[in-house]
Design a protein around this ligand. Structure first.
Ligand code: ZN
Length: 72
């Protein structure tokens, strides 16, 4: 039987959908926690934060006035 918590796998990174790499210390041992959880890296965390700040995430229901040219 595995000790509690050892088999825990976090969900994939919400930013790039990649699996979170196992958090390893420099000596190769597991730290037991993901430093950038729920993101795979600090970069993704910052990208996600930046997306919110720049309005990349738009609340659904507010149609954008983009000119969609639909040719039959
Ligand atoms: Zn990521």
């Amino acid at each position: 039987m595995a000790s509690p918590g050892e088999s825990f796998l976090p969900p994939p990174c919400p930013r790039c959908s990649k699996a979170l790499p196992p958090p390893l210390r420099t000596d190769g041992s597991l730290t037991g926690r993901w430093p950038h959880f729920p993101f795979c890296s600090d970069r993704c965390r910052l990208l996600d934060l930046g997306a919110w700040l720049t309005g990349d995430y738009v609340i659904p229901g507010e149609p954008l006035a983009h000119d969609e040219q639909i040719d039959p």
